[in-house]
Design a protein around this ligand. Structure first.
Ligand code: MTE
Ligand code: MO
Length: 390
């Protein structure tokens, strides 16, 4: 039986709507569908005037989203971004085994069939690389998919966590040569989470993406999906899960994907470092469209409990965006749009900002959170795009 996290969420929304209707409220006014997609008849995309430069590391990032082509809540597999730090390994499904080892009562070695026979779940979630918008050529390392798999927590429970186990390490089948101080070693791609974080009900082992087997580049035959975390947590080509009693501090925990930010500590600037983890509140304009003489801006917002989104043109006032309620899920981006009435010809900028349920605002580039950062990860500052209108 398929239990879907976003269906449960939608039921809640429907109940909420029913409560409003029952109270006889007409807050919502006439029901004008606020759907952003499909595009309206005759609507065309006005291209951005600031296309990103060529990708500096095409082997690591072979594909990114095309914001101007964003026309669905779900990103089709062949348009989904790919990040592969050690190349794209070919894993043989027939001989594949997932090992569960370390501080467990019963180490496991599972075939794909055994994993696929477990409780089936689906989660719609957005995956964003934490380097996205941190460097000019990485501005579209994001996508949203329906991931199908099985929850991780019951599997760890079956293996039996031994007392003292505090950390769960996820190893991919891919590895590469790393220079660490004076030595050179072959190191696997790996990430770890605390036992508490790994046991969260939404963490899943997935073998399908948007109803198809995982594409090779997105982790075939099995990947971890950690909703609500930056993409780096969702280990692809998953080979081994190890429970330990020490912190794991491989390259992707302790050297890369580490935010270094200067903070004022007693009048001195000190560099404070943190390993990238949960996704941060963010939004970006996706595209500007024209339908006859009418313009609108469409975008996405994600990485937190997005309550509302605002957009501004040039240095004008922040305009409230309409969030598309047609398709929503707890861990997936929200699609928003704003009408842009009577734009003047010439060059303009378009900026957006998301606001969360606690009224926290996506930071501006000059906010110390962003401005004092010395590494490019966790670049959730407001995104400004340039456009030229005729
Ligand atoms: N085994 C493995 N898993 C990995 C990576 C990797 O290089 N190797 N890259 C990570 C990073 S940094 C990101 S952003 C996401 C990207 O997922 P995608 O390629 O399916 O879009 O995968 C993560 N999982
Ligand atoms: Mo990433």
């Amino acid at each position: 039986m398929m239990e879907s996290l976003d269906i449960r969420r939608r039921e809640l929304l429907i109940q909420g709507g029913a409560a409003v209707a029952a109270a006889g409220l007409t807050l919502l006014g006439p029901t004008i569908p606020a759907s952003a997609f499909p595009s309206r008849p005759g609507e065309e995309v006005v291209p951005w005037a600031d296309p990103p430069p060529p990708v500096a590391a095409p082997q690591v990032v072979p594909r990114q989203l095309d914001w101007e082509r964003l026309d669905s809540w779900i990103t089709p597999n062949d348009r989904f971004f790919v990040v592969a730090h050690y190349g794209i390994p070919e894993v043989d499904a027939a001989s594949y085994r997932l090992a569960v080892s370390g501080l467990v009562e019963r180490p496991l070695s599972l075939t794909l069939d055994a994993i696929r026979a477990r409780a089936r779940r689906e989660v719609a979630c957005t995956v964003e690389c934490s380097g996205n918008h941190g460097t000019p050529w990485l501005t579209s390392a994001i996508g949203t998919a329906r991931w199908t798999g099985t929850p991780l927590a019951p599997l760890l429970q079956e293996a039996g966590l031994r007392p003292g186990g505090t950390e769960v390490v996820f190893y991919g089948a891919d590895s590469g040569e790393e220079q660490i101080r004076t030595i050179k070693v072959q190191a696997p791609f790996a990430r770890s989470m605390s036992v508490a974080d790994a046991m969260a009900p939404e963490v899943m082992l997935c073998w399908e993406m948007n109803g198809a087997p995982l594409p090779r580049e997105n982790g075939f035959p099995l990947r971890l999906v950690v909703p609500g975390w930056y993409g780096v947590a969702s280990v692809k080509w998953l080979k081994r899960i190890e429970v330990r009693d020490t912190r794991y501090s491989g390259r992707f925990m302790g050297r890369d994907y580490v935010t270094v930010r200067e903070e004022d500590v007693g009048g001195r600037k000190l560099a404070i470092e943190n390993s990238v983890g949960r996704a941060l509140l963010k939004s970006a304009p996706a595209k500007v469209t024209r339908q006859g003489g009418r313009y609108r801006i469409l975008g996405a917002a994600w990485g937190g409990q997005v309550a509302r989104v605002e957009a501004r043109i040039d240095h004008g006032p922040w305009l409230p965006a309409t969030i598309d309620r047609a398709e929503e899920a707890e861990f997936a981006w929200k699609i928003w749009s704003v009408d842009w009435p009577n734009p003047s010809p010439g060059e303009h900028t378009v900026t957006s900002r998301a606001v969360d349920a606690m009224e926290r605002i996506q930071p501006a580039p000059e906010d110390p959170l962003i401005a004092n950062k010395r590494t490019y990860w966790e670049s959730n500052g407001q995104v400004t795009r340039r456009i030229r209108l005729s």
